[in-house]
Ligand binder design. Structure first.
Ligand SMILES: [Zn+2]
Ligand SMILES: [Zn+2]
Length: 182
């Protein structure tokens, strides 16, 4: 899809489902996830890399997935409340939509004090701070991790490259020697 078409689609969907609540849309450069819901900023983003490869229906599903998060609230994660809200607006979670499903394979969901959501397929061994809140490692923006509650939603863990490569660029890992890693 063309970026401008994605933006138009997203703005239409935001107007339809989140009108008057201050949510905005943007494209990001994430490589390993399709979309993100930034609760603290009331912003939904979709990866430019996804947009380049995906068709209208795939991008629409990613947007509905994230709008479902906006409607359900940060604490809902991928639990029943999110599932119900997302399904009600047309998110099918179909396995044909490989990219959102790949996101849903995430086992660990982290959030910083400001509410930015991060995903990992393994619990990070080291402390990680939120790269949205602070460009450098910051103890004030530590991400706390919990297991995603919706194992039933996910299929068997796929041993594919996406799973191994999971992570977010917007995180600041702390090196084992306690030094700051940018
Ligand atoms: Zn999600
Ligand atoms: Zn944050």
């Amino acid at each position: 899809m063309l970026a401008r078409d994605v933006t138009r689609m997203a703005e239409d969907l935001l107007a339809e489902h989140l009108a008057g609540r201050g949510w905005t849309f943007g494209l990001d450069r994430a490589v390993r996830r399709a979309g993100a819901c930034h609760h603290g900023d009331r912003r939904i983003t979709v990866s430019r890399h996804l947009v380049e490869r995906a068709d209208d229906d795939e991008v629409r599903q990613v947007l509905l997935h994230e709008i479902g998060h906006a409607l359900a609230g940060h604490r809902a994660a991928h639990g029943p409340r999110w599932r119900a809200r997302a399904a009600a607006i047309g998110y099918t979670g179909s396995r044909l939509h490989d990219r959102p499903i790949a996101e849903d394979r995430a086992t660990w969901v982290g959030s910083c004090p400001a509410g930015h959501e991060h995903r990992r397929f393994r619990r990070p061994a080291r402390e990680v701070s939120c790269g949205v809140c602070s460009r450098r490692f910051s103890r004030a923006s530590l991400i706390t991790w919990r297991r995603a509650p919706d194992d039933a939603l996910r299929g068997p863990a796929a041993a594919d490259g996406a799973a191994r490569a999971a992570g977010s660029a917007a995180e600041n890992p702390r090196s084992e020697r306690g030094q700051v890693t940018r």
